[in-house]
Design a protein around this ligand. Structure first.
Ligand code: HEC
Ligand code: HEC
Length: 374
């Protein structure tokens, strides 16, 4: 393994020993996690994507309980902007205790699937469902339209979308969701210590790169190597945005399971709000091939979307059911994974890692550098 030792630091007696521990191959792999932030691309299925007026309206509506039928809660009640757009509840509390953990809403622009089970293929559809879901905000299309028409938002809404007299309740719902989506598209995580390291490697600036702590570098080596983490957590967001069984039990009770992706596929197959449907604003229907080509299979049961790891230190607890309290618990979960209960046809990738205590803490140290304020 080739190592670059920082000449400048070695020349200074008394300074901490700092070097880049990564091999050439590991450096190449590390470059694939950036650069960050990605450039913005407007959502063609949403005609108010990147429209400043829609973004402002979406931001205001996001924090307003007007979007729930009885004013009970706002999007921000579960996706709290002060807590990285989630809360510390293991599972979200709506009208009842929901089945899943509330995900952060940062870095969602341009994904193929949304939600733990990928039941939406656009950000506006993912913003629409909670408004009408019975266990969440529980509006009907009609009650939402009435609420918007009677609200102070009506002038902005009509300035963007035209007279509400000419819009059915269905269209008002979609338009509201599109303003929320245009707002959510603006939410990204900050650059991190990891990004500074990655960019220094790209420039070949080993002196700057060696500022990245040794523990995090060793953790990164495990992430790329023995841990196999980057097989699923890859790309700019550290997620392949696909569905896997990562060994988290999916029983909700003794008799009920969380179907995971299987349920998400069923939902998509009957949803009017997909990129292939009439509510997309893209005449070319780009991206609709994905929803058109879905097929259900038994192996989709109990699989969940690989979460992004950017900002992960700020979004505890973890996993689709919020069952793991901190990053160390997640690393220990992978370390001691019960391969017996993984899908036989699925996850040949995961196996017990036999990490030492030092390695567990190195992997945690690496994960922490993916957040700007760990
Ligand atoms: C009662 C709590 C609650 C409320 C209120 C709520 N959400 Fe969520 N949100 C969740 C949970 C839980 C999930 C994960 C659901 C799933 O995947 O099954 C989620 C998922 C999402 C996602 C997908 C995120 C991803 O990573 O793909 C988006 C987008 C979203 N919510 C936006 C909104 C918007 C916009 C509102 C308001 C209209 C809202 N949410 C209201 C709890 C809530
Ligand atoms: C087979 C694909 C796969 C591999 C390999 C994998 N993960 Fe995951 N990871 C997932 C999936 C899927 C989830 C969500 C599982 C769930 O909730 O049921 C997840 C969840 C997580 C979470 C929680 C994130 C959150 O917001 O809740 C962290 C942290 C994490 N993985 C880190 C790692 C590390 C570290 C490794 C290597 C030791 C690793 N993963 C290997 C697919 C994978």
């Amino acid at each position: 393994m080739k190592r670059w030792v920082t000449a400048a630091l070695l020349a200074m007696p008394g300074t901490a020993h700092a070097e880049v521990l990564l091999s050439r191959n590991e450096i190449q792999q590390t470059l694939s996690f950036g650069p960050w932030p990605p450039s913005f691309q407007a959502d063609l299925s949403n005609r108010v994507s990147n429209n400043p007026r829609a973004i402002a309206l979406g931001a205001a509506l996001f924090s307003d309980p007007i979007l729930s039928v009885d004013g009970a809660f706002a999007c921000a009640s579960c996706h709290d902007p002060e807590q990285a757009f989630t809360t510390s509840e293991p599972r979200a509390v709506g009208r009842v205790l929901l089945d899943r953990n509330t995900p952060t809403l940062k870095n969602l622009a341009g994904l193929r699937w949304y939600g733990w089970a990928g039941k939406s293929d656009s950000l506006w559809a993912a913003s629409l469902h909670p408004i009408i879901e019975k266990r969440e905000m529980a509006h009907s299309k009609e009650s939402l339209k009435d609420a918007i028409v009677a609200s102070p938002y009506i002038d902005d809404f009509e300035a963007i979308f035209g007279d509400t007299q000419n819009q059915g309740a269905d269209l008002v719902l979609v338009n509201i969701a599109k303003t929320l989506s245009s707002y959510l598209e603006t939410l990204t995580t900050e650059r991190t210590q990891f990004d500074d390291f990655r960019d220094a490697l790209e420039r070949g600036d080993m002196a700057a790169a060696s500022n990245y702590p040794d523990a995090a570098q060793r953790g990164l080596q495990l992430f790329l190597g023995r841990g196999n983490c980057s097989l699923c957590h890859n790309g700019l967001r550290f997620s392949n945005n696909e569905f896997h069984d990562a060994g988290v039990p999916y029983f909700l009770s003794e008799t009920e399971v969380d179907e995971g992706r299987f349920g998400g596929l069923n939902f998509l197959l009957s949803s009017a709000y997909t990129l292939d449907g009439d509510w997309s604003d893209d005449p070319a229907k780009q991206g609709a091939w994905a929803v058109r080509s879905i097929r259900r299979s038994h192996s989709d049961f109990g699989t969940f979307r690989t979460p992004s790891l950017r900002g992960v230190a700020e979004t505890a607890p973890y996993m689709h059911d919020g069952s793991l309290n901190d990053l160390e618990a997640v690393v220990r979960h992978y370390n001691e994974i019960d391969v017996e209960r993984l899908h036989a046809d699925g996850e040949a990738i995961l196996s017990e890692l036999n990490l030492s205590e030092q390695e567990v803490s190195d992997l945690v140290a690496f994960l922490e550098t993916l957040s700007s304020s760990p």
